[in-house]
Design a protein around this ligand. Structure first.
Ligand code: SAH
Ligand code: SF4
Length: 375
């Protein structure tokens, strides 16, 4: 039996196995790895895909991450913030279509007007959907007070990618005033407050090794992450990391294959968490997100942002569906998911199974989270 097959025969890989699995890059090995992960996904979370309607709320950002197209220093971007009423109209449409959840994402700001706008949006989205829409926020690093304000307003999930679990690699990808430790502490804070915690990494970063990616997966478990949102790194022409672009065309296939292996190994190791098939996968192949689902992901985030804003929210080059309306986006995804033989969990919030089980067990043992709400 090959080493790969011996690992896949275990109920769950051991930590030392992760780098071996991530390195299984021959087409035949990769196919066996992805199939095994898909089987775990079906067993643990069913043949169901959950939709989260995504709103790219604002591209104003006070940070300057070296890889990101909307970083503060990129003067070529026209900055926007979607007015509250427009977001509410979009959220209502999503709710009427049967979406169980929405994600509000934006560049990082922490001024009082922004904090208040997000709290207002959260309160109003909960009200218009009679508390049925679960809300995920993805607004970067914030103070404890802000995280608590948004949680009290009704946001239950938060997505904050650690980007890489390796502090040294993180330092090479950020200006000196950005801190890996602060980001990690934000994750711990979010967990303590009671959010369903989401994190993730970029895959295929310059200088990133398979051993580092293996440690990323261990980091998710260690930090009690129950929703994983990770995708391939894709260079953006107006960022300091644009140099990667020269070689990127021929790296596309390898980048996609690596991203799929990371999804598969994460599913094999963490088993009962939610894993999103990132939109960035679709930049590498037209059916990239479906390939992500077949590798063990169970969440897709259809873009509900009005097309008039989308071109200005390009974190990376080649973002797909720039001019598709929300209706077109939904139709095209539905057909693709049906072709995989899966159904869409319309009307379902799609909480992470691991989160629910941990809370039930915690409640049994009296380990209640300080602010947990009934949902
Ligand atoms: N400002 C918030 C949320 C918006 S950015 C934050 O940073 O958390 C959301 C994610 O986009 C980031 O976490 C990063 O992982 C991803 N991203 C940014 N630039 C990218 C690039 N060039 N390729 C792939 N993903 C990128
Ligand atoms: Fe801002 Fe997030 Fe982009 Fe960093 S990754 S520059 S915080 S939008």
């Amino acid at each position: 039996m090959s080493r790969l097959d011996a690992i896949l025969a275990k109920p769950k890989p051991d930590p030392d196995d992760l780098a071996v699995l991530l390195g299984a890059d021959s087409p035949a090995e990769q196919a066996r790895l992805l199939d095994a992960a898909y089987a775990v996904k079906v067993r643990e979370v069913g043949p169901v895909v959950y939709f989260r309607g995504l709103f790219e709320l604002s591209n104003l950002c006070t940070k300057d991450c070296l890889y990101c197209g909307i970083r503060r220093s990129n003067q070529k971007v026209e900055r926007y913030t979607i007015p509250v009423d427009e977001v509410l109209t979009g959220a209502r449409w999503g709710w009427e279509q049967g979406y169980g959840s929405v994600v509000l994402q934006s560049g990082e700001r922490s001024d009082p007007a922004f904090v208040e706008m997000i709290a207002e949006l959260v309160t109003k989205i909960r009200a218009l959907s009679r508390d049925q829409l679960a809300i995920t926020l993805s607004m970067g690093e914030q103070s404890e007070e802000t995280y608590r304000t948004w949680f009290q307003a009704g946001a239950e999930r938060y997505l904050l990618r650690i980007e890489t679990s390796d502090p040294e690699l993180y330092r090479r990808l950020h200006p000196a005033d950005h801190s890996w430790e602060r980001r990690r502490d934000c994750l711990r804070l979010l967990h303590r407050i009671g959010y369903q915690l989401g994190s993730g990494v970029m895959i295929g970063l310059p200088g990133q090794s398979v051993a580092q990616l293996a440690r990323d997966i261990l980091f998710f478990e260690q930090e009690k992450v129950v929703m994983i949102g990770m995708g391939p790194f894709i260079p953006h022409a107006h960022t300091p990391l644009r140099d990667g672009i020269r070689n990127f065309a021929w790296k596309r296939y390898a980048q996609l294959a690596l991203a799929l292996r990371v999804i598969a190994v994460t599913r094999l190791y963490l088993q009962d968490v939610n894993i999103a098939a990132a939109t960035a996968l679709q930049t590498l192949a037209p059916d990239g997100r479906e390939q992500g689902l077949a590798a063990g992901a169970n969440v897709i985030m259809p873009n509900l942002t009005d097309p008039k804003y989308r071109a200005a929210y390009q974190l990376y080059d080649g973002k797909p569906c720039l001019d598709e309306s929300a209706t077109q986006c939904r139709g095209c995804l539905q057909a693709r998911i049906a072709s995989l033989g899966e159904t869409i969990g319309f009307g379902k919030r799609g909480d992470s199974k691991r989160f629910l089980e941990r809370n039930i067990k915690g409640a049994d043992k009296g380990e209640t989270c300080e602010n947990r709400k009934e949902s």
